[in-house]
Write a protein that binds this ligand. Structure first.
Ligand code: HEM
Length: 530
């Protein structure tokens, strides 16, 4: 074919695309006008919100930190704001009363999830717990988590693994301190969370001396990071279907690649576990010796099937890894950053640790309930730096009203936990890290999850609340207790405490923009670290 005919064909294709694009836009305008009219029910109107562009709605008003943009909208328009994201209705709030209304009073209406493209591709067609819409499938998988994986008994059976990992953590930091090296806290805390979770789930440790091997560890790390980054993306294709034809940044291509690699990885894990079962290397149904994959392989499937489907098992494993590792690692890094930035707080928590634990042993899990000031540090960290800037988006399953405003069916709900913790109507000195504000006057134990007032919401509430909260709290408290008890901490040479930056990046979780680097000096006898 000549180059002229190529050009001609290209010309035809482009013209065709232009016509289609224009028709689509006209249709969108008609549909959005129509749906706006329909969204008024009687005298009810939608909640207040910013003016919208045709087709794009408010998408163009969002920058790289959408939680801050949404917070600014709440500041301007009130506690409940309506936005339109392309063709999708959405609301956002940072107000405890409205959040209580959504997650408690109207939990039945708002407990579903939107079907995003990333969730379809990367969570086995939304076949997991965290991203599945409300329905019998979600209910069944969530029950499996609660009754077989995250029970107190099963979590207790991993207590020695967790103690092992806590010891690896201090040993690694101690080795760096001995060599005069700075500590990259993102790396050591990431390895701590990952090892704890993979030991429980997969029976493998991925970092450290008994690791599954450097190549497998790197592959695993890489896949998980890709997965997190894609799941956190506000992908325009979810809001403007026409975007998917073009996909200028190749997002969908990346999703397909990651989907395949993740699936290969999980298939391998399941195969290894099945082989072990065939060779009867799993303790004959002895609960104590079974990791989560073993447990899932031993459960009956749906509709009288002998076993659960492999796809269900993969979706659950992936959910647990994604939900458990990054959330606890990100929280720990923020807490360390704030405490190193505030030497007064470090001193006070060390006094508490010295009085509860003393200098002659390491912190153990039973100590954690007695460390009230440390618990305040964690609560204050969740106020200022919740693990995710929003809860995982919820979606309404029918039209309803909030505060007299009409909320259409399938409205996407962005509960802005970052802005809740910095809401000046409910908190003083919102930008100050002040753990003392959480100390109960009567000296009772500090509760780390939300509490009745809905002013902090680290693990959410209602049907979709985090089923892993007790484990998450333990991982966070344990890592911090060990690090504060075992070391003096300071910023790297040439930096002042106040220079530690606290800028965040947006994603499904909300890490510090820059990894936290610090200097550690041991404060206990050398034999306790090895
Ligand atoms: C510090 C640690 C953790 C934090 C801050 C955290 C926080 C959250 C939040 C905010 C949600 C969203 C709730 C909503 O959308 O309303 C969630 C959901 C979830 N979390 Fe956690 N989480 C943590 C650890 C864990 C752990 C250790 C596990 C399991 C091993 C876990 C499993 C899940 C699952 C399965 C969901 C989805 C629940 C559903 O949609 O039904 N999380 N978590």
């Amino acid at each position: 074919m000549t180059s002229t005919s190529y050009l001609l064909i290209l010309n035809y294709v482009l013209s065709f695309l232009c016509i289609l694009f224009t028709c689509y836009h006209i249709l969108q305008i008609i549909v959005s006008c129509f749906s706006f009219k329909n969204s008024r029910q009687g005298t009810l109107t939608l909640p207040p919100g910013p003016p919208k562009w045709p087709i794009f709605g408010n998408l163009l008003q969002l920058g790289p930190l959408p939680h801050r943009d949404f917070a600014a909208l709440c500041e301007k328009y009130g506690p409940l704001v309506y936005i339109r994201l392309g063709g999708v209705d959405a609301i956002t709030t940072n107000d405890p009363d409205i959040i209580r209304e959504i997650l408690r009073q109207q939990d039945d209406v708002f407990a579903s999830r939107p079907r995003t493209l990333a969730a379809e591709r990367l969570a086995y067609g939304c076949g997991d717990v965290a991203l599945a819409p409300l329905g019998p499938k979600w209910k069944r998988l969530r029950r499996i988590c609660m009754e077989h994986l995250l029970t107190t008994k099963r979590l207790e059976s991993f207590v020695s693994h967790r103690a092992d990992e806590a010891q690896h953590l201090v040993k690694d930091v101690w080795a760096m301190a001995q060599k005069g090296e700075v500590v990259n806290l993102r790396e050591v805390l990431g390895a701590f969370s990952m090892n704890n979770v993979t030991r429980m789930l997969l029976g493998k440790q991925y970092f450290g001396t008994e690791s599954a091997g450097p190549q497998e560890a790197m592959e695993f790390m890489h896949i998980t990071h890709e997965l997190f980054s894609l799941l956190g993306l506000i992908y325009l294709g979810d809001y403007l279907p026409v975007w998917r034809w073009v996909d200028p940044f190749g997002c969908e291509k990346r999703m397909k690649e990651v989907e395949k690699r993740v699936d290969d990885f999980h298939s391998k894990i399941i195969e290894q576990h099945k082989k072990r079962r065939e060779n009867q290397e799993v303790g004959g149904g002895d609960d104590e010796e079974m990791d989560f994959v073993d447990v899932l392989l031993s459960l009956p499937g749906e509709d009288g099937k002998e076993h659960m489907d492999d796809v269900e098992i993969k979706a659950l494993i992936q959910d647990m890894i994604a939900a458990a590792t990054d959330t606890s690692a990100v929280t720990n890094e923020w807490a360390m950053a704030e405490v190193i930035k505030h030497p007064r707080v470090l001193k006070r928590v060390q006094q508490e640790l010295d009085s509860v634990v003393g200098p002659n042993r390491m912190v153990q899990e039973p100590d954690l309930v007695h460390l009230n000031y440390l618990r305040c540090i964690v609560r204050e960290t969740f106020r200022m730096h919740p693990a995710g800037p929003f809860l995982i988006p919820h979606e309404s399953t029918r039209p309803t009203t909030i505060n007299g405003y009409h909320i259409p069916n399938k409205t996407r709900v962005f509960i802005n936990t970052h802005a809740l913790g910095r809401n000046t109507k409910i908190w003083d000195s919102v930008d100050e890290f002040e753990p003392e504000r959480h100390l109960p006057a009567d000296g009772s134990r500090v509760e780390i999850s939300h509490g009745a007032d809905f002013k902090i919401l680290p693990f959410s509430a209602g049907k979709r609340k985090c089923p892993g909260a007790p484990l998450g709290v333990t991982l966070v408290l344990m890592a911090l207790a060990r690090l504060f008890h075992s070391f003096e901490w300071g910023p790297p040479e040439g930096m002042g405490h106040e220079d530690i930056d606290t800028m965040e990046v947006y994603g499904m979780t909300m890490p510090k923009a820059q990894p936290l680097i610090a200097i550690a000096r041991p404060r206990l006898a050398a034999h306790l670290y090895v």
